[in-house]
Each structure stands twice: as C-alpha cells, then as structure tokens.
Design a protein around this ligand. Sequence first.
Ligand SMILES: [Zn+2]
Ligand SMILES: [Zn+2]
Length: 543
Amino acid sequence: MENRYIDISCQSCGAPLSFDIRKQLYTCGHCGSSLQINEAIRQKEGFKKIHAEHLQQNVKDYKLFSAYCDGCGATIIFEENEALSKCAFCGKSLVRTDYLLSKDMPECVIPFAIELKEARQQLKKWCDSNSLKEESHRLSKAIDELQGFYLPYQLVYGPVDMNVSRMDTSSSFNCSGYLSDQFINCSKQLNNLLLDGMEPYDLSRLNEFDFGYVAGQRVKIADISDTEMLRRAQAETAENYRPEIRKVLQSKAVEVDADVSSAFRMPLLLPVYYICKDGLMAAVNGQTGKVSIRALKDSHYYFLPWWLKAIVATLCFSAVFYFALKAFGADTSSSLLITAMLSLFFIIVTLCYYSDTLHNAFRVVSGRKIFTSGENTFKREDGELVINDKLRERKIQKPVFFEKINDEYQPVILRFATPLRIFRMFFIAALVIFLPVIFALFINGFDFSKLNLGGSAVWFCIAVPVVPIYLLKFGIDELYERPWIYTIDGGRLKRYRKKTSVSKETVKDILKTIFLPPTSILILIGIIVFFTMVYLTAFGFPE
Ligand SMILES: [Zn+2]
Ligand SMILES: [Zn+2]
C-alpha cells in the first residue's frame, strides 16, 4: 500500500516511513532515520491546512446543492440539474437547502470504479445464486432502485495502544498495534455490519478530494458527532484486534480497550451503491463490486450457563467411564458404584473449572446475518469486470505487549498456560499428594517392600480431594493472572522475574507464628503427626 496522502515521508530522504511497534517510532528503511509519533501527526496537519484552503477557493466553480432529510437527518450534496426528491436512506421527502460548507468536505476520496449497470449485475448474480432466500426474491424486484453514493467515512491508520484482559481474571496487560486501513462509517442511518460486509477498499487509488468528484454523483455528509466517531473508531479497532488478543490470552472472553489517539483519522469518501427498501438493505462496493446484504430477520444464538456445562461434562464423562468398566468385564452393580463415586469427585472438579461469575444465566443473543458475495473482489480488464486474484484482506500487525521493567516500558512476550508451566504444576501437585511417601522412601533407603501406604491414609484423605480442587481453582488463576514475562535480548528470550521484596514486618510475623504459642504448639503437633505418618509409611505398623 503506497499512497502519498497517507504515507509519512522521511524528513531526510523523502522515502515512505514504516512504523516500528517495538520502538514506537516511524523508521526509514532507506536511510535509517526515524520520526516520533507526534512529529508525524504534525506533518499530516500541514496537508490538512493546504487542502482546506484549496477547497474554499474551488467550491465557487461548481453549482452544487444540498438537501436535508427531516426523517433520518441525512444531508446529501448533488449537482444542480439532478432531481432528488426522496431520501434514499429512509424514504421520506428531502428539503432543499442552499448552504454548502467546504468545511464539511473530506480530505480524500476513492473514486467509483464500477458503473451502476455493473453494480446491478453483481446484485443480480447474488440473487441468482441465492434464489431460495427471501432476501433474493425481494431484492430482485427492487434492483432498479439501486443508487450510487459517496459515503462519509473516516480512515484510521497508525499506531494504537490497547489495554487487554481476560474477563475471568483481574490482571490487565498493555499492548500496541498498528492499523493500516480501517474505515469507520460516519453515517448514523447506515448499518455498520452491512457496510463492513462490502469492505475492503484498495487504498492505492486514494485521491485528494475535489468538488469535481461530485459531478454526476451524490455525496452524503458525515452526520455523527466527534465523540461518536472516536467511540466507533475505538470499538472497531478493539474488534479487529480481538482475534489476535484471544490467541495470546488463550481465552475467547477477552476485554479490549483501544486508544487511537496516536493514529491518524482522515475523513474520506468511499464509493457505494446502496439500496434500502422496506427493511431490505443491500450495498455494493463501488470500487471492487463486492456485494453485502442484510438478512430480513434476526438470527438467534444460544449460550449455556456455566453450571449446566459442568453437569453435562460430568454426565458425558461418567457415561464413558461406566461403559469402559463394562467393556473391561466389570459387573453392573460395581461399575455403577465406582462410576457414582467418581462422578461425585468429577462434579466438584468441573464446577470449579467452569465456575464463572459472568456467565451464569441462559442467554440468547440475536442479530441480523450479513450475506456477502464472498471474498472475491473485481477489477477491470479490457472494459470487463474480472475477479481480482489478489485477495484484499484487512491487514493488522500483530500486537506487541509492553511491561514496565525498571521504570520504563519494554516490549515483552507473555506466556500463560505453556506445557512446561502446566507440567510443573502437576508435578508439584503430585509431590504434595505423595509427600509422606517420598519422605518415607528416603528414611527406609528406598525399600519399596517395606513401604506401607496405609500409614499415610490420613494424609491421602485430605490431599487427594483438596489438591486437585486447589490446582483447578488457584493453579489456573496463577497461570492467567501472572504470565511468565520474557524480554528479548539480542534476539534471545530472557525470562524476567519481578523482584519481590519481603518487608521486615512480614519476616517478624512469620517468626512470631512459628515460635510463639498458641500457633507454635499447633505447628509442633502438625510436625509430629506428619513424621509419625512418615515413619509408619516407611516401616509399617508395629506388630
Ligand atoms: Zn530516509
Ligand atoms: Zn432520510
């Protein structure tokens, strides 16, 4: 993607700069110089000013009118000779107004590349291949009402900062990313998802806006407030980054707060063919021909509460276990007994595992589906529209996480539930469960024949149910609340350990607990009981 309206150019050699997320700087691949974020923003403000002056002079050369819709608040700009009577977005009558402010005009525009006739053909193609859908039936009758508009958008590109967290933990993490092309719909009447469906646009065709583009076309003016625009930009950034954040945090339920104040926000017009009639909404990308249609009816998605998941998981596990016992030749009554005992244990474990304060009710979420003509976009070859081989995808750069290390933010890699950490946790759990047995083996010289597990019965009774529950509840918290943090040192990963300093007060408290009654007496009794168990386990009960 190269375009002089969006590229930041190098102040020493003029080449386009690219953004280095780790260094949080624009850097030149050509001569090696760099530019701070705020300097880059200043560079673009220069263009804005020159452009505004240019438009103010330019506006006098055109005979343009605007019309306002009382129903939905849309304002449309059009040429003198066009007879525009009805609002294309809500169907009400339009009121002509004379005012035309060049300050409402955007900085850039992507011009129409496909004609109205071709856009209709694209819709017809969709109708033909989806002939069973009610939408197709209704749309094919209304295709003639399709109209072209330059719709108001804001292009958001540049560095973004995010604060992310898993919904089931309290720790949050900071990361940064880079958006190369995110379009924010600036009309309150138009459905965001419908418009998302016909994206992407090819930014290499971006041009400076000039009133000449209005000739023969209708231009819709942005009609949402600046705060709403910012809110939409942040929500959409969060949405775009969510899949990447989910991968890092290893959870579907993640919260992403995006801050786009370091990114550029540039008002621009995008070419769209649009139709809205009796609840039916369709849009065709005026540059690529991609079709997007909103479903006529809501679809419903059902979510189960967490406790139901635990019960279902227990039932499935128990059934499998029961039939496995039968298959290995156990009789019905003992299979049932063993299964019942195990499922009691398993329900405790699954309830702990799924327990979640957020998702404890049945939930139905409804929304309209968006049908699109697929990922294909079109380009013109010898006057004909042909499928563009190069799939245009939204490009986002992988987020880089930052942690405050020695009072300054450094790029890091976070590792949550790695196999090594999980193994370590299970190893410690096994160590705890078999602690008296391990001690016993040491004092009887690893003589397994003398070993008497009955000596540790009390220990097992406590440790076997408590350790797995503790592991699931606090072990999982430990994994996700406190990731292992790695810094990158000359291409090598180095684990960073936060220094935990123990205060003198804490040391005093611990010593008091150990050496002063009544706690010291309890601890002494505990030690005596434990070593009696160890002794009994090592050498058996005395005859
Ligand atoms: Zn340079
Ligand atoms: Zn309207």
